[in-house]
Design a protein around this ligand. Structure first.
Ligand code: URA
Length: 183
């Protein structure tokens, strides 16, 4: 396991898959390195690729609003993605891209040792929790694995596309906050 500085350097130099060729900035992850709660998204979008910071575009702004509504401070959590370089045209990251990048995320989680990991959307849930995970059916359930409480909810971009799902997401986030308070 690498320490933070070495890990970030390694990511910045990474050529384990071809996404590095088209990226502008690598999006390493950001937030509190002692967080009890880690959010995992899918991969950088256009704004994230420009800034190098996860969840700063429209999805990120919605995530910020949701966090504020349930009284969770963004500076108290850590946010990262399944892949650290933007897939061209925001396509889903391919299996080989996810597999190549995952050891970096695992290293980050091992350094943080949060109590809770929340997957945002299908790609993160299927990569981290279960390859057959279906957000509409399995969201909001909690499992305990290797000392972490894991759950998944809608990706904010899904909520932007279909605001009717916000009510379910709100229920999920209330439970996330309860779980956080119970740690
Ligand atoms: N969508 C994601 O999954 N991650 C980001 O960082 C931004 C948008």
């Amino acid at each position: 396991m690498l320490g933070w500085d070495e890990l970030e350097k390694c990511c910045q130099q990474c050529k384990r898959c071809s996404l590095y060729k088209s990226r502008n900035k690598l999006v390493f992850g950001s937030g509190n390195k002692k967080a009890k709660l880690v959010f995992i998204g899918e991969g950088p979008g256009q704004e994230e690729d420009k800034t190098g910071i996860p969840f700063v575009g429209r999805s990120g702004q919605l995530l910020d609003k949701i966090l504020e509504a349930v009284n969770i401070k963004r500076e108290d959590v850590y946010i990262a993605n399944i892949v650290k370089c933007r897939p061209p045209g925001n396509r889903d990251p391919l299996k080989e891209e996810r597999d190549a990048c995952l050891p970096f995320l695992r290293n980050q989680v091992a350094l943080i040792r949060p109590g809770i990991i929340v997957c945002l959307g299908r790609v993160a849930a299927q990569t981290i929790i279960d390859p057959d995970f279906r957000i509409s059916k399995d969201r909001g359930r909690w499992i305990e694995r290797k000392g972490y409480f894991l759950t998944a909810t809608y990706h904010p971009s899904a909520l932007l596309r279909d605001p009717a799902r916000k009510r379910e997401a709100w229920e999920d986030f209330k439970l996330i906050k309860e779980k956080l308070d119970s740690l």
